[in-house]
Design a protein around this ligand. Structure first.
Ligand code: PMP
Ligand code: GLU
Length: 398
């Protein structure tokens, strides 16, 4: 690497999820027959009424800078959404709209972390949390969860890992990559630990909340524990639920002093998110919501098919989740059985070469021995991917 690159950046890994999607796209471009199950984005098109709102915004000349923290209309739509769907009340100075939820998280970490501050991140985690923590000068404290615990951080684990340097805990429910979601009881136990530790902030990454089919309703931590509101930042956005990944609109809701600090970071880096995308996001949040149901039903159907099909593959073992659009099978059996394959990273390469299926290894999610497959693609494509993996694995796994 160039001697001009900063030492800190040399330690940061590129996003593995993006790397796999790019690799699959590149192979396809060169004529290779690859099924890409790496990408974490809905295959659905953005609903028409949302696109129409963007077209109208362009025609009405909404093509200039907006307020750094988002247009008043969008902030109002977010406040309405949080009140209606999550039973939490916010004011305009407690909302920051950013260029995707990823940017919201980056702003948050940049705004609150002092050098060496600790961020508790349960495994399996979304690949970007630890590297963003590193970029912001913080220290990740990785807490391992297990399949027996349904891949969720327990209250005991949280309590055990809090030190005087702990600044923040990140919770993601439903989770990328496991699809698991915290129940009300589990959140209550976690909330109690947070109440007992007044110097610890919490960020809830709710980006997959609309892609959820669990038995009990999802609960918001702030709705459950209003006392935590002064130190909780809710992260959400329109990317996943409304099939709007390319529009880049995410947002944070939190205490005014933290939102002000995050806005300062944004005002000195990107300024406002795209004006046209903000108009589209208003239509998404205020417009008809039936598109959410259509997509959720399709994701659930694919989930049910894929989890069972993966569980039947030689050397794979797979359990389902309650949301998001990822399957996260244990592939240790396949790794142990295939000559020349020593871990999940090598298995992902093997699956690409032998079956033409792109998956993301579990290691960058902090979960070696697993791989992540996205089911944000049609059942037909998933069936084809399963057939190919099955025939490759049947010859290799004895
Ligand atoms: N959080 C999680 C858990 C995610 O999977 C993603 C997907 N990229 C994001 C946040 C960010 O989403 P976006 O920036 O597209 O809003
Ligand atoms: N969140 C998605 C994923 O995990 C999109 C890619 C990214 O931003 O990491 O695949």
């Amino acid at each position: 690497m160039s001697r001009f690159v900063a030492d800190l950046i040399k330690q940061v890994k590129p996003s593995a999820t993006i790397a796999v999607s790019m690799k699959a796209a590149e192979l396809k471009r060169t004529g290779k027959d690859v099924i890409g199950l790496g990408a974490g984005e809905p295959d659905f098109d953005t609903p028409d009424h949302i696109k129409q709102a963007a077209i109208e915004a362009i025609q009405a000349g909404q093509t200039k800078y907006t307020a750094v923290d988002g247009t008043p209309e969008l902030k109002q739509a977010i406040i309405g959404k949080l009140s209606r769907e999550n039973q939490v009340e916010y004011q305009a100075n407690e909302i920051l709209v950013s260029c995707g939820a990823k940017h919201s998280i980056f702003n948050l970490l940049s705004a609150v972390l002092n050098p060496g501050d600790e961020v508790i991140i349960p495994t399996p985690y979304w690949v970007s949390y630890p590297d963003m923590t590193l970029l912001a000068g913080g220290q990740s404290v990785i807490v391992e969860t297990t399949v027996e615990n349904d891949f969720k951080l327990s209250a005991e684990q949280l309590a055990q890992n809090i030190t005087e340097r702990t600044k923040l805990v990140i919770l993601n429910s439903p989770s990328n990559p496991t699809g698991r979601a915290y129940s009300r009881n589990e959140l209550e136990a976690i909330g109690q630990v947070l109440l007992a530790n007044p110097n610890v902030m919490v960020a809830t990454d709710d980006i997959y909340e609309h892609i959820y089919w669990g038995q009990e309703p999802l609960v918001n931590l702030v709705a459950l524990f209003p006392e935590l509101k002064p130190r909780c930042v809710i992260i959400n956005g329109v990317s996943k639920g409304y099939a709007m990944t390319g529009w880049r609109i995410g947002y944070a809701a939190g205490p005014a002093d933290i939102i002000t600090a995050m806005r300062k970071v944004q005002s000195q880096s990107t300024s406002n998110p795209c004006s046209v995308s903000q108009a589209a996001a208003v239509a998404a949040l205020n417009g008809p919501q039936d598109c959410l149901d259509v997509m959720r039903v399709a994701f659930k159907e694919r989930h049910d098919y894929l989890i069972q099909a993966l569980d039947e593959l030689p050397g794979f073992s797979c359990q389902g989740g309650q949301g998001a659009f990822y399957a996260f099978p244990d592939v240790r059996g396949a790794v142990a059985a295939i000559d020349g394959v020593n871990d999940d990273v090598e298995l992902a390469t093997w699956l690409l070469e032998e079956a033409g299926v792109a998956v993301v290894p579990g290691t960058p999610f902090g979960a070696p021995g697993y791989v992540r497959l996205s089911f944000a693609t049609s059942i037909d494509v998933l069936k084809k991917a399963i057939e190919r993996m099955d025939s490759a694995l049947r010859t290799a796994v004895k």
